[in-house]
Design a protein around this ligand. Structure first.
Ligand SMILES: Cc1cc2nc3c(=O)[nH]c(=O)nc-3n(C[C@H](O)[C@H](O)[C@H](O)COP(=O)(O)OP(=O)(O)OC[C@H]3O[C@@H](n4cnc5c(N)ncnc54)[C@H](O)[C@@H]3O)c2cc1C
Length: 350
């Protein structure tokens, strides 16, 4: 028997109500995907426009798009989806701060076969061995993207509010506490909040402290060197400043910058780019220290449905050091799961 597709919300002329817990890049990108067809409310303890705080990760990011670092083909797809959307936005919304930029990315522990993104990144090429920094085994170059979260997050919030998305400040101790909001589906985009929410308590969530320095610099190319043990980068903001990093420390949540780590960062940056960056901290005009906690997860990103206490939930967290790199990709995957709840008998979902 044929008939109209099963779309109860559309057929009744009303939109489904979606609550997103979390206003970091994952929650915001997901709101952007869902707000075309649904009524979306974002609730969070920390909101774009707030002063950066150690309580969330998104304001502290570089931000650069450096491909790789996926634990599954599904994650690789999310990266590519996000890249395509951010690339498009860099053309359509220059005020978002997203800019195209050339990148040189060096590896000490990879071969050409490991570089799965070589067929996808614009203008991708392997660099000749004689141009590699000492010790590096492989060099790649392509066209990538940067953005400034101080501009991007408030801009995206404003854009979403313009399309009817509501933002509410709210701190939850459990997801079930949100049931009174009366939504059809709840999205859990709380980052490392998923470690402490009473009815999530995901023990595979790991806190990875990162520290960078925003300094005055006119350097205009993205630089990345991954030795396997350490990774060193320069992310130009193309506004007379650049972010120097990086560090990865498990477990520590100290919000104060460690000056020994600053010295370690400039030593490594100087070693790789001696004609552009000094190894003497005194030579730098430091605009800001950034210390944030990356919401990592031992088993990789969680994008999953769960019905708990009668509440339809889509989990979307665990993006570690790649919240922006996965952004619209994880958002698209979450949107598909929402649609699966709303239209369970639609042929595409069978
Ligand atoms: C130094 C540094 C550099 C980085 N550089 C990059 C980069 O170049 N590129 C890149 O892609 N990524 C980078 N990252 C990683 C990136 O910042 C994170 O992956 C990303 O911000 C995670 O986003 P999220 O939305 O999952 O979580 P968050 O940004 O942490 O947002 C979580 C949201 O949930 C809310 N929340 C949590 N618990 C509760 C609760 N109980 N009740 C209500 N609300 C709650 C918070 O208030 C917040 O709104 C960097 C990170 C650091 C620290």
């Amino acid at each position: 028997m044929s008939g109209p597709p099963y779309m109860p919300w559309f057929n009744q002329g009303k939109m489904a109500q979606i609550t997103i817990v979390g206003a970091g890049i994952v929650g915001m990108a997901t709101a952007s995907m869902l707000s075309h067809h649904h009524k979306v409310t974002v609730v969070a303890r920390n909101l774009p426009g707030d002063k950066p705080s150690i309580e969330w990760a998104s304001p502290w990011a570089g931000v650069s798009f450096i491909a790789g670092g996926c634990s599954s083909p599904a994650e690789a797809k999310m990266q590519l989806d996000a890249f395509a959307e951010l690339w498009r936005w860099s053309d359509v919304y220059p005020e978002s701060s997203i800019k195209k930029i050339p990148i040189e990315d060096f590896h000490d522990d990879k071969t050409e076969e490991d570089i799965w993104w070589k067929d996808y990144m614009p203008e991708f090429r392997f660099l000749p061995p004689e141009s590699l920094p000492k010790g590096a085994k492989l060099g790649t170059a392509y066209k990538s993207l940067i953005l400034n979260p101080d501009i991007f997050l408030p801009w995206l919030r404003q854009r979403l509010e313009g399309t009817g998305v509501q933002f509410k400040r709210m701190t939850l101790t459990s997801l079930s506490e949100a049931r009174s909001l009366g939504h059809d589906v709840l999205i859990n985009a709380t980052g490392f909040g998923s470690l402490t929410l009473n009815d999530v308590r995901d023990q595979s969530v790991e806190l990875i402290r990162g520290q960078t320095m925003l300094v005055k610099s006119n350097y205009d190319k993205l630089f990345m060197r991954d030795t396997g043990d350490t990774y060193t980068y320069v992310i130009p903001r193309l506004d007379g400043t650049a972010v120097l990093g990086g560090t990865r420390h498990k477990g520590s949540v100290d919000p104060n910058p460690d000056l020994d780590l600053c010295q370690d960062i400039v030593n490594r940056v100087n070693k790789n780019l001696p004609s552009h960056f000094s190894n003497n901290l005194q030579d730098y005009q430091i605009v800001r220290h950034n210390v944030g906690i990356r919401p990592s997860r031992v088993n990789g990103i969680r994008v999953e449905r769960e019905v708990k206490d009668g509440q339809k939930i889509v989990h979307a967290y665990g993006v570690a050091g790649g919240g922006y790199i996965f952004s619209f990709g994880i958002a698209r995957a979450a949107r598909d799961l929402v649609e699966g709840y709303l239209f369970p008998h639609h042929p595409a979902k069978l």
